[in-house]
Every structure is written in C-alpha cells, then in structure tokens.
Design a protein around this ligand. Sequence first.
Ligand SMILES: NC(=O)c1ccc[n+]([C@@H]2O[C@H](COP(=O)([O-])OP(=O)(O)OC[C@H]3O[C@@H](n4cnc5c(N)ncnc54)[C@H](OP(=O)(O)O)[C@@H]3O)[C@@H](O)[C@H]2O)c1
Length: 314
Amino acid sequence: MSLYEYFTSKGPSGFGYGSTAEQVTEGLSLAGQTILVTGCNSGLGQETMRVLAARGARVVGTARSVAKAKEACNAVAGLTVPLACELSDPASVRACVEAVKREGLKLDAIICNAGIMALPALEKAHGYELQFFTNHVGHFMLVTGLLDQLRSTGRVVMLSSGAHTQAPREGIQFDNLDGAKGYGAWQNYGQSKLANVLFAKELARRFRGTQRTANAVHPGVIHTNLTRHMNPVMSFLFGVFGPLALKSVAQGAATQVYVATHPTLAEVSGLYFADCNVLAPRADANDEALARKLWEVSEGIVAALGNEPASKVG
Ligand SMILES: NC(=O)c1ccc[n+]([C@@H]2O[C@H](COP(=O)([O-])OP(=O)(O)OC[C@H]3O[C@@H](n4cnc5c(N)ncnc54)[C@H](OP(=O)(O)O)[C@@H]3O)[C@@H](O)[C@H]2O)c1
C-alpha cells in the first residue's frame, strides 16, 4: 500500500487515518448527552470538547485548574461545565468527583484524554513516577470515583498510545513504580500507556453483563503541546515537519470521539482502536491476569493515599 493509499484509506468502520472528529460524528445529535473530557484546554482534548459540544452534548471539561477549564470552555460554542482536575493531586481528583456528584451530572461517557509524555528525568508524585501517576493513577481514581455517575449505557475511553509498545518487556514494573530501579523517558511513558489499555480491559471485564463499555485508543501522531518535555531538537522537528507528516489535531481527536459516541459501538468493549478501527495492541495488553493485578495494585495505591479533605473546585 502506498503512503497516499494509507493516509486516505478507510477501514471496516468506514473511517480511517484521515477522518476528523467532525466527520466521524456527521449527522449525529448528541443532544441530551453529558460527556466528561480530561485535559480539555489543549490539543486533542480541546478539539474533542469543541466537536462534542457542536454536536449538542453538554461537555464537562476538566483541566489542571478551574481557571484553565473556564478559559477552554468559554472558547467553544455550546454547553460546557468547567471543572478543575489536577490528576497528580488526589485531593483535586476527589474534589472533581464530588463536584460532578454535587451537580447531579449523569455521564454518558468519560474520555480520559489528559496526559504527559517522555519527561526527560525522573519526576514523582506521592512517591510514584509522575507519568504513571498522572496518566494512570489519576484517571483510575477519577473513573472509579465516577462509576455511580456513569449511565447504564455509559462509555469509558482511555487515551493510550502506540507508544504502549515501549513499555518494559515484563509489562508493568510493579517493583519499580517509583522509578528508583531505573527510569527511561519513553519506557516509562510506554508503561503508563500500557496501563491505560490494561485499565480499559479490566474495566470492560467488570462491565460484562451490563451495557457499559470501556475501550482504549491510539489517536495517531499529532503535533500538540505533548512534545513540550521532549528534547528540544525532537520538539523542533515535530514543529517543522508535523504539519506535513503527521495527523492534524482534527484527525487526532477522531478516534476518541468515534469510540465515545458512535452508535455502532454501543456493545463494543475491551478493545483497542487506532484510526477509528480496531487494532491489536501489544500481546500482554490482553493479559487478563496482568490487568487484574494492575487494578488491585492501583486500588492499594489509592487507598494508601488516604482521604485528605478535597480542595475546593469551581
Ligand atoms: N499527540 C500525540 O501524538 C499523541 C499520540 C499518542 C497518544 N497521545 C495521547 O493523547 C492525549 C492528549 O494529548 P495531546 O496530544 O492533546 O497533548 P496536550 O496538548 O499536551 O494535552 C494534554 C492535556 O493533558 C493535560 N494534563 C497534563 N498533565 C495533567 C495533570 N497532571 N492533570 C490534569 N491534566 C493534565 C494538559 O494540561 P496543561 O495544558 O495544563 O498541561 C493538557 O490539557 C494524551 O493522553 C497523550 O498521551 C497523544
């Protein structure tokens, strides 16, 4: 297949590499739906919120601070609810969960979009490597905290990445979650993104017998603020060649919007998608025992974080 054919071809879903979030929702009305999107102030999250709101959904847009969330929400047309959710701060995540409950928001979908990538040096939150904590533990807390608010047909969409294949050979390094025994920018990003797939798999297993679904997606490679931590040369190359060689943000947001909303996926759960089609992830991403262990370890981490009073969110 030539590059041109690859970029323009469509998969079994009728969508493909070049499809945009607007195209995958063409003709859909999301009026009456409420969808929470983390990281709504930048890149794929911002475009996801814009398109969902344009299709009539009420979008609960979360960002690290309520000021950022408000600014992002004010920038799109439609119905939005700005909330703070700093994923590396358990008190902020709990406060976000409480705010959703207090507002009585019933969620049709939760799109766990926020993330950080390839931090050049080891950084930690609450004793854990920061990408694992932000990308996985923060979202684990948020989603499990919001399950009572998720509608009976609700969908959970985890933003993973093709970079989940960069995770350590043994999958999740349960004996090195603090990075003390070794750290690699891409390996640890990969581990956090493998955790996103495993979390979706285990959630899907727990949803079996219900109409709720959980899936993971790779959005493609898109030049966004995600490259801010990369080495400056790579970041520069992304900036220069990105518009020519990579997906646009409109295309990058398509897969998560598709999986969160498309009527044909109402009963599709426990899968990994790229370019709006099902793709096989790395083999151990399908390992049920690994997924279950990650869930149990994550529950232990969250329990040990304690239950300090939630800070105020708007
Ligand atoms: N772009 C790609 O090529 C690509 C490829 C594969 C997967 N992905 C995944 O796609 C998702 C979206 O990435 P993007 O490309 O849109 O990146 P982005 O433009 O950098 O957006 C990331 C979002 O996550 C937020 N965020 C980061 N740390 C957070 C924290 N501790 N608490 C709450 N929010 C936090 C950011 O907030 P601030 O702006 O305040 O930092 C921002 O809103 C990520 O999960 C990423 O791993 C992207």
